[in-house]
Design a protein around this ligand. Structure first.
Ligand SMILES: N=CN[C@@H](CCC(=O)O)C(=O)O
Ligand SMILES: [Zn+2]
Length: 410
């Protein structure tokens, strides 16, 4: 048991039955000043203001957090954390003027990561991913989604998902895994149809049988997979118990949002290219629009229209998209800063987007994403900072002093 006392503020109090926070509501965050919080096992047992602070129980660890805020951990609902090697030479190509599509066309991009991943053993991949996992924890992440998609063969996709699962076993992170075989067509195959057949009839059944993923994702984009192909793949996923997610509308208005909502996708992610029609479609469904400001920043693309979406009553989640090509950072505090500066979201809005709305995108709203009795005690203890707004304001700094994951210090 642990009793945190003299907390400057408990930030983001929301009952466990709140699934997401949308529209105007995103601008308000419930907090409690000068507070205590008790942890029993992995969970938040209770909390209140210091005038009601209970007497510590025998053997209970009491921690004085004067000056520090306590917040729910970040929920990073979209990452490609398992990868081999880096792609900084492509970064230099981009600086010199090549586009994402041009780099992909000359064998770079996802193909480059696939070559590197196939040449890396499961044990090495695990070591690399563990370092990244530890780094993102130090920046406040406690729940993370990890995709496959750099293997592009049955064996290598399976290898990636096994490593992703191992990260959940070797750390106190909550890990959710997503099969993204349809990330691109591997260079060695002549026809896309041949690869789609492999995804449908070899990869999805095997991933499902081994229980390696909960979600199935497709890169729905010109030059990658069409909306019709996306639907076929996601339907096969559904038939095998994998729920849909989509990489949608990153480079073009791709039709991905429409397919996602039609298929009941848990989230559609990226959304750099959006029109009113896509916003209207999202309003008609329960799919979480997930914005990835790190990718827009790194690829120097226009940002998703977060203000329009929120003004029209939608929720939005923010995730890092941590990957070696388009977003080589898993720092969710930096994502908050990018969202505030480039999408004009307020600190309160980005807090909802990186906690409870990310939790919805992983079907975990009743377990994480806010401070509530019974939720997991996966919490950020900040440094001595003046306010919530200081976190996105002080971009590039780490405002996290310590992390508690599932009730334990890490
Ligand atoms: N857009 C597709 N997939 C990744 C990037 C993949 C890569 O360049 O390695 C993304 O989410 O941005
Ligand atoms: Zn991605």
């Amino acid at each position: 048991m642990k009793l945190l006392i003299n907390c400057k503020e408990l930030v983001q109090l929301l009952p466990s039955d709140v699934q997401w926070v949308a529209g105007e509501e995103m601008s308000r965050v419930n907090s409690l000043s000068n507070a205590w919080l008790r942890i029993t096992g992995e969970h938040i047992a209770d909390f209140g203001t210091m005038d009601t602070c209970p007497t510590p129980l025998p053997g209970e660890e009491v921690v004085d957090l004067s000056g520090r805020m306590v917040m729910p951990c970040f929920v990073d609902s979209h990452t490609h954390l398992v990868f081999a090697g880096s792609r900084e030479l492509e970064f230099v190509d981009k600086i010199k003027g090549l586009s994402y599509a041009e780099i992909a066309a000359k064998g770079g991009g996802i193909q480059n990561s696939a070559r590197k991943l196939r040449a890396t053993s499961e044990a090495e991949l695990f070591e690399l991913a563990m370092k990244r996992a530890q780094e993102v924890i130090s920046y406040g992440t406690g729940v993370i989604e990890i995709k496959s998609g750099y293997g592009l063969t049955p064996a290598d996709e399976i290898k990636m998902l096994r490593v992703a699962k191992q990260i959940g076993e070797a750390t106190r992170l909550v890990v959710k895994t997503t099969f993204l075989g349809a990330h691109t067509v591997p260079a060695e195959l002549k026809s896309k149809e041949e690869y789609i057949e492999q995804v449908l009839h070899e990869m999805i059944p095997q991933v499902a049988e081994e229980g390696l993923a909960e979600y199935c994702d497709v890169f729905c984009e010109k030059g990658f997979f069409t909306p019709e192909e996306t639907e076929r793949i996601l339907q096969q996923g559904l038939d095998f118990g994998l729920k849909p997610k989509i990489h949608a509308n990153q480079l073009h208005v791709s039709g991905g949002v429409q397919v996602g909502v039609k298929m009941g996708a848990i989230s559609v992610d990226h959304l750099e290219s959006m029109g009113q029609e896509e916003i209207d479609v999202l309003k008609s469904g329960k799919t979480m629009p997930t914005l990835l400001p790190g990718a827009a920043f790194f690829l120097r693309m226009s940002y998703p229209p977060a203000r329009d979406m929120i003004a029209q009553g939608l929720p939005v989640a923010i995730a890092s998209d941590y990957n070696p090509g388009s977003a080589p950072s898993g720092n969710m505090q930096l994502m908050m800063s990018l969202a505030c500066v480039n999408m004009r979201m307020t600190p309160e809005e980005v807090l909802h987007a990186t906690t409870i709305n990310g939790a919805y995108a992983l079907e975990l709203s009743s377990k994480v994403g806010s401070i509530a009795k019974g939720k997991l005690a996966s919490l950020i203890i900040t440094k001595e900072i003046p306010s919530l707004a200081f976190i996105p304001y002080s971009f590039g700094s780490n405002c996290v002093e310590r992390m508690l994951l599932k009730g334990e210090w890490v």
